[in-house]
Design a protein around this ligand. Structure first.
Ligand SMILES: C[S@@+](CC[C@H](N)C(=O)[O-])C[C@H]1O[C@@H](n2cnc3c(N)ncnc32)[C@H](O)[C@@H]1O
Length: 227
């Protein structure tokens, strides 16, 4: 999959939806949720410049997953399990989070972290192309979560939307793409990604079977509830 650096280093047009002082305040509040495993996962992201969702979005994912009583979650693009940590926490001991990632090394790291957090038993981590893994996985989901390469966002939305139960959620990260979605000719990390995200957001908002909204935390998280 495409190896991305921090987009803010690569694009002079990037915008943060949250003022830095407010961001610091929110980060400070969220510090009360520290655990040794979370701190290690976040430190690894900093060291390797790996794009995890971060603490505030993690807390948000856990809260909305719990609020609909989610028990079965599919993740497209799991990295080394940081977002899965929050979903696995939310689904409880009877629940399951099916993770997918192209890089087998990410699976090993996820096992290392999530086992220590007592969450690995709730995770079924499958290595491969996420869209194929999904097509080989049967059944409906309470939540489908999309965090793959951004050019694939419209495809993932089209795949996922029909397999979410009524009252279930479609969630995708990075839907503001560091502000590029607002710029006419953005400097893109990979040509076409901004247009793909715009198409994805439009498709999601315009779908009559879903109610959609964007939480502008970090890089924007879209949440669409199936009616
Ligand atoms: C943004 S990171 C995921 C971060 C993770 N959701 C988190 O917050 O901890 C994207 C990951 O998805 C993987 N990836 C991207 N596109 C993929 C695809 N189509 N199929 C499988 N893996 C993919 C990349 O290798 C990378 O590990």
């Amino acid at each position: 999959m495409t190896d991305i650096k921090d987009p803010s280093e690569l694009n002079p047009t990037v915008l943060s939806p949250v003022h830095p002082e407010i961001q610091r305040y929110l980060d400070d509040l969220a510090g009360s949720t520290d655990t040794p495993v979370l701190l290690e996962m976040e430190e690894l992201a900093r060291r390797q410049n790996f794009p995890i969702v971060g603490r505030l979005v993690g807390l948000f994912l856990k809260m909305i997953a719990k609020s609909i009583g989610a028990k079965r979650v599919f993740e497209f693009g799991s990295g080394y399990g940081y977002s899965a940590y929050w979903f696995a926490d939310a689904v409880g001991p009877e629940g399951q989070v099916i993770c997918s990632d192209a890089d087998p090394d990410n699976r090993s790291k996820a096992e290392h972290f999530l086992r220590r957090a007592g969450l690995w038993e709730r995770v079924d981590f499958r290595t491969g192309f996420a869209q194929s893994v999904f097509q080989f996985t049967e059944g409906e989901f309470d939540i489908c979560y999309n965090d793959v390469d951004k050019g694939d966002y419209p495809e993932v939305w089209r795949l996922a939307r029909g397999r979410i139960r009524r009252g279930g959620l479609y969630i995708a990260d990075n839907v503001l793409w560091h502000g590029r979605v607002t710029v006419e000719n953005p400097v893109d990390i990979v040509p076409g990604w901004t247009d793909a995200i715009r198409e994805h957001n439009r498709l999601t908002f315009d779908d009559p079977e879903f109610d959609a909204s964007i939480n502008p935390t970090r890089d924007g998280v879209i949440v669409a509830r199936k009616k």
